[in-house]
Design a protein around this ligand. Structure first.
Ligand SMILES: CCc1cc(Oc2ccnc(N(Cc3cccc(OC(F)(F)C(F)F)c3)C[C@@H](O)C(F)(F)F)n2)ccc1Cl
Length: 477
C-alpha cells in the first residue's frame, strides 16, 4: 500500500467524536455478541500434586451462561487508535471438569459440573488500518483484567486439592483462553463492521452498470476529534472515460461539530453525470396532460402566443420527448451545482381533426444552477438560476406565428417551467434510487448539502439505527 497522491482522493468520510459517542452506546451490544458468539475450547492439562502424584484434568463444554456489561468509554487517540474501555463485564460460564489420577485417566476419571463467575475490565485499542484497499480494524491491543474468577463445583465429593489446583493453575489457563477467545472475537466483529460499512457504501453508490470505486487511497486518519477515510471515488462503468480530477482535499475543509461528513470532489459527480448520459438515463417522455400542466402554469400574456402556436394542435394527444445530446457538465460553485447540457425536445401530435401529424423539434443549450436538500427522507432539487439558448427549431405546426416568436416563446417557457418540470421528475427518481439502497431506514438528522468551488460537502447527524446493528449482529454472527 504505497504512498498515494492526495489527487487520487475523490471522496473523504469523516466520523467525528460526537458520532463515536453515539456508536459507543452500541458497544455493549457488540461486546455482548462477541462474548456470546466466541467458542470456548476445552482446557486439558496435567499437574503433579504432592502426595497425589500426577493428576490429569480437563474443562470441557465451556458455555457462557449470562453476561452483564458495565459502562464503556471511547476516546480518539491522535495518530494512534480508538481507545474503548469497558468496565465491569461480569460473565458466568458453566462446564464439566474431568479429572483423574496418573495417566489412567479413563479408569480413575471423575466428572464434576462447575460454574465459573468472572468479573473483568476490557480495554480495546482499535487501530484503523488498510486491508485490501478497505478500511480495516486492528484490535490486537486487547486487554482483559480479571477482578474476580471464582469456581463453583457441584456434587458432594470433591478432593480438597482440586480447589487449590483451580486457584493456582487452572484459573491462569482459563484467563488466557478467555482473553484470547474474546479478543479474537472482538477483532472478528470489528472487521465485520468495517466490511459491512464498505459493502453498504459500495452498494449505495452503485446502480446497474454505474458504480464508484471507493477503495481507500491512504491509511485512515485518527485525530482527537475525528476519524477519517480517504477514498478514490473513481467511476466504474462498462466503458472507461477520463474525467480529470479537479479539487484537492485538505482536513481544514471539514469541521467537527456534525457527526458525519462526506467530501465529494466535483469530478466524482461529473463522472456520474457522464455515465448517466452514456447509460441512456438522461431522457424523459411527457404525456399530453403533463405538457398541458406545464403550459397552463404560464398565465402570462405569452399564453396568447401559446394558444396561437398550438392553434389546431391537440395537446392531449401529444407526446413530448426530451433528451440530452451531449454528456452534461457538472461544475460545483458556492451558488450551487451548475449543470450545462444541450437538450433536444421533440413534440409529436395530431391536429384537432386528427387528420394529420404535426410536430415541433428544437435544440437548446441549458445551464441550470441547482441546489439539493434532503428532508422527510426525500431529495429536493431547487433551481436558483438558468441560462437558456435555443439553437435550432423546426416546426410542422400550421401556425402563422413567426419562427422568432416561437423561439421567444420556447425560451420563456423553458426558463420558467421546462427546467423545473424536468427537475420535478428527477427528485422522486433519485429518492427511490437511494431508498432502494436502504437510506430511508437511517435516522438522518438535519442533513446539509453544501456546494463549494470544486467540491460538495454533505454533513449530518444520525440516530444510530439500533435495529440495523442488532440485525447485522444476528445475521453475521
Ligand atoms: C456511503 C458513505 C461512504 C462510505 C464509504 O466507505 C467507508 C468505508 C469504511 N468506513 C467508512 N466510514 C465512513 C462511514 C460512512 C457511512 C456510515 C458510517 O458508519 C457510521 F460510522 F457512521 C455508523 F453508522 F456506523 C461510516 C468510516 C471511516 O470514515 C472511518 F471512520 F472508519 F475512518 N466509509 C466511502 C464513501 C462513502 Cl460516500
Amino acid at each position: 500500500f504505497g504512498p498515494s497522491s492526495p489527487l487520487e482522493t475523490g471522496i473523504v468520510c469523516r466520523v467525528t467524536k460526537p458520532a463515536a459517542l453515539v456508536l459507543n452506546e452500541q458497544t455493549a451490544q457488540v461486546i455482548q455478541a462477541a462474548f456470546t458468539h466466541a467458542s470456548y475450547p476445552d482446557i486439558n492439562g496435567e499437574k503433579s500434586i504432592r502426595f497425589f502424584g500426577k493428576v490429569t484434568y480437563g474443562l470441557t463444554n465451556i458455555q457462557i451462561s449470562n453476561l452483564t456489561i458495565g459502562s464503556s468509554e471511547v476516546e480518539l487517540k491522535e495518530d494512534d487508535a480508538v481507545y474503548i474501555t469497558i468496565k465491569n463485564v461480569s460473565a458466568s460460564f458453566s462446564g464439566t471438569l474431568n479429572y483423574g489420577y496418573g495417566s489412567w485417566f479413563v479408569k480413575g476419571g471423575h466428572a464434576i459440573d462447575f460454574d465459573i463467575f468472572s468479573n473483568t475490565d476490557l480495554q480495546v485499542n482499535t487501530k484503523l488500518t488498510c486491508g485490501n484497499n478497505r478500511v480495516a480494524a486492528d484490535t490486537s491491543e486487547c486487554y482483559l483484567t480479571f477482578h474476580k474468577l471464582v469456581l463453583h463445583l457441584y456434587g458432594d465429593k470433591q478432593p480438597g486439592w482440586l480447589k487449590q489446583l483451580f486457584t493456582d493453575f487452572i484459573s491462569f489457563t482459563l484467563k488466557l483462553v478467555l482473553k484470547s477467545q474474546i479478543c479474537k472475537e472482538i477483532n472478528y466483529v470489528a472487521n465485520l463492521l468495517a466490511d459491512f460499512i464498505q459493502d453498504k457504501a459500495e452498494d449505495f453508490l452503485k446502480d446497474g452498470d454505474i458504480g464508484v470505486d471507493i477503495s481507500i487511497t491512504s491509511f485512515p486518519v485518527i485525530k482527537a476529534g475525528y476519524m477519517e477515510s480517504h477514498h478514490k471515488g473513481v467511476l466504474l462503468y462498462k466503458k472507461p472515460f477520463d474525467i480529470s480530477n479537479s479539487s484537492l482535499f485538505s482536513p481544514s475543509l471539514l469541521s467537527e461539530n456534525r457527526m458525519l461528513y462526506f467530501w465529494f470532489s466535483e469530478h466524482v459527480l461529473n463522472s456520474m453525470a457522464q455515465a448517466a448520459f452514456f447509460d441512456g438515463r438522461l431522457e424523459l417522455k411527457l404525456t399530453g396532460s403533463e405538457l398541458k400542466d406545464i403550459l397552463k402554469d404560464d398565465d402570462t400574456e405569452s399564453n396568447k402566443t401559446d394558444q396561437k402556436i398550438f392553434k389546431g394542435v391537440s395537446l392531449s394527444n401529444s407526446v413530448t420527448q426530451i433528451w440530452s445530446l451531449i454528456p452534461p457538465e457538472i461544475r460545483i460553485t458556492p451558488e450551487g451545482t451548475l449543470v450545462t447540457s444541450s437538450v433536444a425536445v421533440q413534440l409529436n401530435s395530431t391536429n384537432d381533426t386528427e387528420s394529420s401529424v404535426v410536430g415541433l423539434y428544437f435544440e437548446t443549450d441549458v445551464t441550470a444552477t441547482v441546489k439539493a436538500s434532503y428532508a422527510d427522507k426525500k431529495l429536493l432539487l431547487h433551481l436558483s438560476d438558468s441560462i437558456v439558448q435555443i439553437k435550432t427549431c423546426t416546426s410542422s405546426l400550421q401556425t402563422s406565428v413567426t419562427e422568432e416568436a416561437i423561439k421567444e416563446f420556447l425560451h420563456k417557457t423553458i426558463s420558467l417551467y421546462g427546467i423545473t418540470a424536468v427537475m420535478k421528475r428527477m427528485e422522486p427518481a433519485l429518492t427511490s434510487l437511494m431508498n432502494s439502497k436502504g437510506l430511508h431506514l437511517f435516522d438522518i438528522i438535519n442533513p446539509e448539502i453544501i456546494p463549494h468551488k470544486g467540491y460538495l460537502i454533505v454533513q449530518l447527524d444520525f440516530g444510530f439505527p439500533h435495529h440495523l446493528l442488532v440485525d447485522f449482529l444476528k445475521r453475521s454472527l
